[in-house]
Design a protein around this ligand. Structure first.
Ligand code: HEM
Length: 511
């Protein structure tokens, strides 16, 4: 009996081992997907675009197709240029395509891995659960009042100082997110919490530059003590780590104190603290909430600036949007969220801003945590997946041959874009600008309503137009965006003026 059992176990182990080896062998023989030819050791380092990589990857699509494989110094990358493939990886196979890259310097040494955008596995799931509880499409409705309030404030700022519209969009995004996360009302100038947070974000831009920190390539170096000559990176990391700690702790401790005193305004932090099951949840709540500030403050303003750019260039779109607002809302009050379902053109305009000017054109890279095969190509474990959102949003098969044009009408009528292959997220927002799958943007239901309420209030009360040149003719701004993870329109000039005396009264009364 025992002998039979042993034989059975032995045979099963052998069969499994042979199966495993065969699979490995077959896997190794499968081709990698096409891409530029790599050099020995450095791989495609010289091919990697230094800027506007989304455009280069789009050009490469003609040569190599929807999946482009690259290596740089042993690191493996797969650029995805089609919605269908992206959705397959990030939605259907999200359990293995949702890892993140390891960032030793910014993540581990500077403490940015407190943020949910850096986390993997259980701690990522828990942080997302916290975020979902307060920022889901249903939960966020509780915060619509404060978003309307902030939209009114920006009207007053635009009225007083229209040329500074980009700065006003940043102030609005900061105010909305601080009120949602901490119930904290930001001061008009030099707010200490905003200053602390902005210091961290500015440092992050440097800390996270790929290839800048040797310790990212040689992780062992992270154990070198700061006093060792040549370990200047450790001293820099300590300064930045202290700032990150301050950014997470300061507002959190403020709310904790107010909750204990019974005078906290309702916020994500206060709600989570009040419902926490045990003490150990506190650190997780602080990390989950703190990471959302960084996700919010530069993204939504970029989308809002793109809106102003589009309105300056496409005056006919602006006219139609204002006509809808005048007809549905009237000119004697400001638009509210309650009007949203009756404003199809404004909703289409919001979608078109997401599509036309994706704020994160290459998304945030994902890491494949287990080898995979797709369409006959092998994809090795730890390949970094780069989603070319910009290209997918301009696909003529999905959006029609005029996909470079800003045209909200594509989202109206009986056959609204996106056509052909769609996902739940592309249907809700019109494009893939918030990413998808397990790592879809945690703040999408904060950003999208903020955009709706700001765009509709601005259009109801202001005209946006090109500035006049020396000869009196309108000077159209160029359609140019910054390169980098978050892409903003490059600085441009336009005129933002009140539509009428009544509009000025409405703005002054509302604020
Ligand atoms: C127009 C505005 C915004 C756009 C276009 C945008 C877009 C994105 C994209 C493309 C990703 C990457 C998704 C992926 O990895 O597949 C992302 C992730 C993320 N976003 Fe946003 N975002 C916006 C606003 C916000 C706001 C307002 C918040 C916070 C309230 C936020 C918080 C986050 C966080 C925490 C992540 C990381 C999610 C994770 O790793 O699980 N975002 N966003």
């Amino acid at each position: 009996m025992i002998l039979n059992m042993l034989m059975l176990i032995g045979t099963t182990t052998c069969v499994l081992a042979v199966g495993f080896l065969l699979r490995k062998l077959v896997f190794k023989r499968l081709p990698l997907s096409p891409g530029p030819k790599p050099y020995p050791i450095i791989g495609n380092m010289l091919d990697m675009p230094k800027e506007y990589a989304w455009m280069a990857f789009s050009r490469w699509k003609k040569l190599h197709g929807d999946m482009i494989y690259l290596t740089v110094l042993g690191r493996k990358f797969l650029v995805v240029n089609s919605l269908e493939t992206a959705a397959y990886f990030l939605e259907r196979r999200s359990s293995i395509y949702s890892g993140r890259m390891r960032f030793v310097f910014s993540g581990e040494l500077c403490a940015h891995n407190r943020s949910l955008a850096f986390k993997d596995g259980t701690s990522h799931r828990q942080a997302r659960k916290f975020a979902h509880r307060s920022l889901s499409s249903t939960a966020i409705k509780q915060r619509h009042g404060l978003q309307e309030d902030e939209a009114h404030k920006i009207l007053r700022r635009l009225l007083d100082d229209p040329t500074e519209f980009v700065r006003h969009f940043h102030t609005t995004a900061q105010s909305i997110i601080m009120r949602i996360l901490y119930g904290y009302e930001v001061g008009e100038h030099d707010d200490p919490l905003i200053q602390a947070a902005n210091k961290v974000l500015a440092a992050f831009e440097v800390a996270a530059v790929p290839g800048r920190w040797l310790v990212d390539a040689v992780p062992m170096l992270k154990h070198i003590p700061a006093w060792v000559p040549g370990a200047g990176f450790q001293r820099q990391a300590k300064i930045w780590r202290d700032q990150v700690e301050e950014m997470f702790h300061l507002p959190f401790n403020l709310v904790k104190k107010r909750v204990a005193e019974g005078n906290a305004l309702s916020s994500m932090t206060s709600q989570l603290l009040e419902s926490k099951k045990n003490q150990s949840d506190e650190e997780s709540i602080m990390n989950a909430v703190g990471s959302l500030y960084g996700g919010a403050v530069d993204t939504t303003p970029a989308a809002m600036s793109s809106f102003v750019l589009a309105m300056t260039l496409y005056l006919e779109v602006q006219r139609k949007a204002q006509e809808e607002l005048d007809r549905v809302v009237g000119r004697d009050r400001l638009p509210r969220f309650a009007d949203r379902s009756n404003l199809p053109y404004i909703n289409a305009l919001v979608k078109e801003v997401h599509r036309w000017a994706p704020v994160i054109p290459l998304g945030i890279p994902h890491r494949l945590i287990k080898e995979d095969v797709y369409n006959g190509y092998r994809i090795p474990k730890d390949t970094i997946i780069i989603l070319n959102i910009w290209r997918i949003n301009r696909d003529i098969h999905t959006y029609g041959s005029d996909s470079d044009t800003f045209r909200p009408e594509r989202f109206l009528g009986s056959d609204p874009a996106p056509r052909g292959f769609t996902t739940a997220n592309t249907q809700e927002f019109g494009s893939t600008s918030f990413g998808f799958g397990r790592r879809v943007c945690s703040g999408q239901h904060v950003a999208d309503p903020s955009m709706f309420i700001v765009f509709s209030n601005v259009l109801a009360t202001m005209d946006i137009s090109p500035r006049a040149g020396a000869n009196g003719k309108p000077v159209l701004p160029e359609i140019k965006f910054t390169t980098g993870v978050i892409s903003h329109p490059k600085p441009f000039q336009c005129c933002i003026t009140p539509r009428s005396a009544l509009a000025i009264d409405l703005i002054r009364d509302a604020d």
